[in-house]
Design a protein around this ligand. Sequence first.
Ligand SMILES: NC(=O)c1ccc[n+]([C@@H]2O[C@H](COP(=O)([O-])OP(=O)(O)OC[C@H]3O[C@@H](n4cnc5c(N)ncnc54)[C@H](OP(=O)(O)O)[C@@H]3O)[C@@H](O)[C@H]2O)c1
Length: 302
Amino acid sequence: MSNILPIAKSTTVGPLNAGRIAYGCWRMAGATASEAQSKIEAALAVGINMIDTAPIYGFGKQGFGPAEAVLGEGMALGGLRDRVLMVTKGGIHPPNPYDSRAQTLIESCDDSLKRLRTDHIDLFLIHRPDLLAAHEEVAEALTTLRTAGKIREAGVSNFSTDQLRALQSKLDFPLSASQPEFSAIHTDPLTNGDTDIAQELGLCLMAWSPLGGGRLVPGARGEPGSAEARVLAVLEEIAGRNDVGIDHVALAWVLAHPGVGSALIGTQSEARIRESVKAFEVQMTRRDWYAVLEAARGEKMP
Ligand SMILES: NC(=O)c1ccc[n+]([C@@H]2O[C@H](COP(=O)([O-])OP(=O)(O)OC[C@H]3O[C@@H](n4cnc5c(N)ncnc54)[C@H](OP(=O)(O)O)[C@@H]3O)[C@@H](O)[C@H]2O)c1
């Protein structure tokens, strides 16, 4: 039996098919529309079809939606809308930290549809749990949006498993995705139930910041003696053996877990978007995978 971990290239979000590497547009605010178009085209060229954004990305003087707006313009320029699975979110609402009242979520989704120049969102996520919103009210908003055809699938981000389950209990359709932070330097989803509930409920777990937001990339060192430095050293050894970058190994490590649906990369470099699929070439053994986890924990597995 092979000790190489299989890394499938595609996954599903409810009935929708998606590449296992997804592209996040948090850092896209400030790009031009034609730059946005080129980045999405670079992603599509290598099978990255799930595109993630949020109204809060780029929030500032222009208010909500700068990252969504430039993405919408870029997709319109290239006629790309029908080729992507469009993911956006609602519920982060300065000056309130969070606001998932039904009316707020519905209006937020309507505004996203306008900025993204589309009539439906393929996957709509509650960005962070609003502790003051009853699960029943959030469910009511998602149901209203889905019945109106404004969203196809629904999910959550940064929810605990209890919060996810409580929301699911108020819905008469299944949630299809969860989006937690997960990388070789942020391994909580392995033990807090995130990767388990994704398998139990058939959710596409979308790992955000799989490269630690830029800390697990070639040239990164980390503080001497830190978990990050230890992880980087193990990633480098695996990368050297596979003739790929440590960023590709970091992605492969996330994608090799059976509870993970996709890894959500955020580079603004078209070359790095295209090269990200080298993650699928990494021959990672079970021993390699656990060596990365042991480096992150600073101790051997018990
Ligand atoms: N749901 C949530 O609460 C939440 C929170 C955060 C993020 N997200 C989603 O996750 C997406 C990805 O997050 P992220 O951008 O933090 O992901 P990431 O892929 O872990 O990190 C991206 C960063 O790494 C850098 N990088 C990547 N490859 C590199 C390389 N080879 N050499 C040097 N630098 C490199 C990028 O810089 P360059 O651009 O220069 O390559 C960029 O600054 C976001 O866009 C968003 O959609 C969701």
